[in-house]
Design a binder for this molecule. Sequence first.
Ligand SMILES: Cc1ncc(COP(=O)(O)O)c(C=O)c1O
Length: 374
Amino acid sequence: MTRDRIFLSPPHMGGRELEYVHAAFAANFIAPAGPQLAAFEQAFRELTGFAHCLAVSSGTAAMHLALRLLGVGPGDVVMASTLTFIGSVTPVTFLGADLHFVDSDRASWNMDPRLLAEAIDAEEAAGRRVAAVIPTDLYGQCSDYDAIRSVCEPRGIPLVIDAAEAVGATYKGRPAGRGGDAAVYSFNGNKIITTSGGGMLAGDDGAFIQEARRLSQQARDPAPHYEHTTLGYNYRMSNVSAAIGLGQLEMLDGFVARRREISAWYEAALADLPVSFMPEAAYGRSNRWLTVMLLDPAFGATPEDLRLALEAENIESRPVWKPMHLQPVFAGVPVTGGAVGEDLFARGICLPSGTALTGEDLERIAAVARSVAA
Ligand SMILES: Cc1ncc(COP(=O)(O)O)c(C=O)c1O
């Protein structure tokens, strides 16, 4: 008999999501406008401390808007983490600019500020304009914002934090994303909170977010008819999705606590195996969106062996993000460093980390890891 499937990070409803969705239906706000959308943006301002938030259809859309408004375009270079999900960097290409990838450091698995400085200096020495830096807060752990900022600020380069995976995490006590000129978040179905699909662009510059709002709604100029002097996008979040988000936000503290508990459970339960886990940087508190385990050679099996063994037991797991500089679509894109990301990709596996996991589920997963270890 096949046992129930354990997913990597499934949506977890449980608060007042349906109540807020009913309220949206009752008032017939089934549109990319409405009171739940406004309330969701307000609640996110309170969570992050940013003065302005714009809810959009995805994290990728939020990044696209941020970079477009920073004037990123053909001839420019944008620095980005190589160890990330592709949605972090495709907007750079959409805008016709060039990428330059930067490797992670071992302590946080996030963008190495020293390599970033080296990469910028090399591009600027070659006469190129570095138009933005995008560090990813990997698997729910904030990048070292202050160190990265101290590289960007003196050079006048804007910093857009990709906090897609880090909602609810903190950096030196500050909410994830609060360290750059703008921040991007994702509420994709697999994230720590979800709106079924969606994203947020946040910043303190009101004019910047106001213009992003205009571009997210097809850049309509004020006129009774449809008047356009520039091209925009259809990127606004639906009011129904925002209603789900409102309920999810109320669950966030509990979700962070549960993800951290799950991570600690794996570390303790598998402590005797030749494995290690993603370190938590001293400067912050990760939301532990996904628990990531590294297999030492003594484990006697590869991450793919373990993934297949888990799959045979109807358990979903996933390799660490394949670094962007190894992606065929980015062949020829420069990278500074690269060995750390490559090593983490070769040895890492993301374990099921959903907040609804039971103790029995965790035992089932640990038993497979044990059975595969030499
Ligand atoms: C690091 C990172 N950046 C960007 C994104 C893109 O977000 P979305 O899927 O909402 O477009 C994701 C996840 O999906 C992500 O993990």
